[in-house]
Ligand binder design. Structure first.
Ligand code: ZN
Length: 377
C-alpha cells in the first residue's frame, strides 16, 4: 500500500502538501470565512509497521502558536483509545513521529467528538424518562441546536459547551455531567435535581463541529463574541440559546471550553461587569474553592488575567449572563495538553479526565447550592 492521508469525514481537517517516502507534509485548513485554524483530524492509511514523520507546516500562523510548545498530538487505531504521539515544535512546524500498528490510523489535535457521536449522545439522553428534549432552533447549515431540561428545582442552572467547536474536551465533559445527573443512585444528583432545573446545550456549534473548525460557525463567526447582540444571519445558535435563557432566567451558568496554551484547568469569571456585586462574586469564589478541594485536577493559580472593574467583554457569554441576569456565571477551561500538576504521560488530558472533572463540578455546585438559593431570595 502507498501512504495516503484523508480528512473528508465528520469533523476532519487537513490538507496534503506532499508525501515523499516516509515523510508526510500537511497543512491545517482555515475555518470557513475566517483566519482561525488549529484543529486537525485526519486518517493515515497504508503505514502499518512503518516509521513515519508527519509535519504540519503552517502551525506558526495558527490561532495560538504558543499552544504547540509542549504539545503532543493524539493518535488512535480504534478511535476509542487515544494516546499521545512523539511530537515536537520548532520553526513554526509541528513534527509528529509514529509507527502505526495498523494500516488505518487517526491523528487529531484532541480526541474528536464527532457529530455522529453527538447524535448518539442525544439519542441516549433524550430517551431517558426524566429528560425533556427540545431543539431550540436551527443553525446556518440546517442542524438542530439540541437542548435538554432535567430536574424541577427553583434554581435555573445552565450548562453549555463547544461554542468553539475544536474544543472537543468540552463535549466529553458534557458526557460526564449527563451521566452523573441521570444516575438515579447518585445522592448529589438527586439533591441537585430537587434544588435546580438544569438546562443543557451539549454542543453550541454543530456546524463548526462537522466542518472541522477550530473556533467559528458556518459563517466564520466566533459565537463567544456575539452575546451582546446575536443575529439570525451571523449567530442563530446564540440567538436561540439566549432566547430560552430569557424565558428561564439564569442563576448559575457554566460555559465549557478548552485552552490551547495553559497546561491546567481553570475558571474565568465576570469580574469586570458594570453591575458587579460582591455577593455575586462571593458565590463564584465559593464554587471555585469547593472545586479545588474536590478535584486535584483543578487549581486557581494559573489562568487568564482578571479584567479591571468595568472592563468586562460583554460580547462573551459569561460576562453577558452575569450582567443581564445577575447570574453566577463562569467559563471553564480545560487543557489541550495536560494538567502539569498531575500529568498523564500516556494520554495527557483526555476524554475520561474531562468526564471526571464534570462530575467534580457538579459536586462543587452541590456544595454551594444553598448559597445560590440564598441569593435568589
Ligand atoms: Zn474556547
Amino acid at each position: 500500500m502507498t501512504l495516503s492521508v484523508t480528512s473528508a469525514f465528520d469533523g476532519g481537517n487537513i490538507r496534503v502538501v506532499a508525501i515523499e517516502g516516509d515523510r508526510i507534509d500537511l497543512e491545517i485548513a482555515k475555518d470557513h470565512q475566517s483566519d482561525f485554524y488549529q484543529w486537525f483530524y485526519f486518517r493515515l492509511t497504508g503505514a502499518a509497521g512503518q516509521a513515519v514523520e508527519i509535519r504540519i507546516l503552517n502551525c506558526g500562523g495558527s490561532a495560538y502558536p504558543h499552544g504547540w510548545d509542549g504539545y503532543r498530538a493524539c493518535v488512535s487505531a480504534d478511535r476509542e483509545e487515544w494516546e499521545r504521539a512523539d511530537t515536537d515544535y520548532a520553526g513554526g512546524i509541528l513534527t509528529v513521529r509514529a509507527t502505526p500498528a495498523t494500516n488505518s490510523t487517526w491523528f487529531a489535535y484532541f480526541a474528536p467528538y464527532t457529530m455522529e457521536r453527538h447524535h448518539d449522545l442525544v439519542a441516549e439522553v433524550a430517551g431517558h424518562p426524566d429528560v425533556e428534549y427540545r431543539s431550540l432552533g436551527r443553525t446556518l447549515d440546517g442542524q438542530e441546536v439540541d437542548y435538554f431540561r432535567i430536574g424541577g428545582g427553583p434554581l435555573s442552572v445552565w450548562l453549555y459547551a463547544r461554542q468553539h467547536p475544536g474544543e472537543t474536551m468540552a463535549e466529553w465533559w458534557m458526557e460526564g455531567a449527563l451521566e452523573k445527573l441521570l444516575d438515579d443512585s447518585d445522592p448529589v444528583s438527586r439533591r441537585l435535581l430537587e434544588k435546580a432545573t438544569f438546562h443543557i446545550v451539549p454542543n453550541m456549534n454543530p456546524d463548526g463541529s462537522r466542518r472541522g473548525h477550530l473556533r467559528t460557525n458556518a459563517a466564520g463567526v466566533n459565537l463567544n463574541r456575539e452575546w451582546h447582540s446575536p443575529s439570525a444571519e451571523r449567530s442563530p445558535e446564540v440567538l436561540h440559546v439566549l432566547g430560552e435563557m430569557e424565558r428561564t432566567g439564569v442563576d448559575f451558568a457554566m460555559d465549557v471550553h478548552g485552552d490551547e496554551a495553559i497546561s491546567a484547568n481553570f475558571l474565568a469569571g465576570f469580574e469586570g461587569i458594570p453591575s458587579w456585586k460582591k455577593e455575586q462574586q462571593d458565590v463564584f469564589d465559593a464554587f471555585s474553592k469547593a472545586l479545588v478541594r474536590i478535584s486535584p485536577d483543578f487549581q486557581t493559580e494559573k489562568g487568564y488575567e482578571i479584567p479591571r472593574p468595568g472592563h468586562a467583554n460583554l460580547s462573551m457569554s459569561t460576562a453577558q449572563l452575569a450582567e443581564r441576569f445577575g447570574a453566577v456565571s463562569m467559563t471553564l477551561e480545560m487543557p489541550f495538553k495536560d494538567n502539569d500538576d498531575l500529568p498523564d504521560p500516556v494520554a495527557g488530558w483526555s476524554p475520561q479526565r474531562s468526564r471526571l472533572l464534570a462530575r467534580s463540578c457538579l459536586d462543587a455546585l452541590h456544595a454551594i447550592a444553598d448559597g445560590l438559593a440564598e441569593r435568589r431570595r
